[in-house]
Design a protein around this ligand. Sequence first.
Ligand code: GLA
Length: 391
Amino acid sequence: MQDLNKLWKIFKDKFTDTGLTKGAFSAPGRVNLIGEHTDYNDGFVLPMAIEKEIVMLGQLRNDRRVRVFDLGYNTEIDFSLDKLIPLRKNTWANYLMGVVDEIQKAGYILQGANLIFRSNIPRKAGLSSSAALEVVTALAMAELNSLKIEPVKMACLCQQAENNFVGVACGIMDQYVSCLGQKNYALFIDCRFNDYELISFKNHNYRIVICNSKIQRSLVNSEYNRRREECKRATDFFTHRLGSKIRALRDVTIEEFKQCQEYLPEPIARRARHVITENYRVQIGVQALRMGNYSALGQLMIESHQSLKDDYEVSCAELDLLVDLALKQEGVLGARMTGAGFGGCTVNLLKRDYVNTFKKRIKKEYKKITGINPDIYITLPAEGAKVLELR
Ligand code: GLA
């Protein structure tokens, strides 16, 4: 709370008090335990919110302007609710503008606002700092304007903002878990029906450890959109062969895939194999977690990485190295890249007692080979977006 007081002080220095509703809000980043590139195939994912978040403070204005100050980058932008056009510079603002655009397109009436935000989610690291920015903006604008938007609906609006305004054809996972995450639980999300089940991750003997490769590749967005198109081609092939019961790769069984695989061109066959087998891995992984079988989940994470590397081709040398180094350490049950890929982070499942040695060794060995100092974060599943204050 003391921290919040500091932020309010900065807020007061920046903006004159309008006398209208004010509030403070937060939304977390996420890490995905298993189920990569399955969400936009109507499939299954198992992410959790992490203990890193964006905090946003805001106050309504009497007009239709939105002024936003990003404390991390010390930059400010100003836009009108009536003129929402994507920016070429300060592209971070597109996440906010996209969200207000979608809220308005959904028929809600908004008033302008003054906003500031601060983030401790590393950017472009595959931990969904942009989804968190979308979600915290949606929550702030909804609450300040006294709109009741259900969390799943809010996640969908944020996803649409990214699809339509930012131009990345992302699935629902990141925004969903940032909205609905819960302390001590991973979310088993069915991305066809947009519903979920909470899967307990309370076992104090295990930890989730995230390793940031510090590699950021600019091709993420174009390669991501290309994978989506490849999945669409695979789906069309299966619908043609197996009939209209196939609406997405989620509907294809491993058996059906094996029967048709030779008729699929490359790389489409491998892309489809990744998605189809990954959906199975998520479902088996969830069963394993329900029974407290952490080593089974770890094994599935290892297989997931292999599949992302060889079949889906979204890993990179540094992520593969982090996984290889991790699997050589004591106490590691599983390791894989997490998020879209091409850089960013790996997620590791560890026995708690080995965390400190793991951290030291990975830092040393990764640095020795790449010259890069990786960042390592230890986290338990955290709570999703929330209102910290409203007055
Ligand atoms: C990004 C997207 C998600 C999901 C992952 C890959 O994080 O935003 O929707 O597709 O990549 O699993």
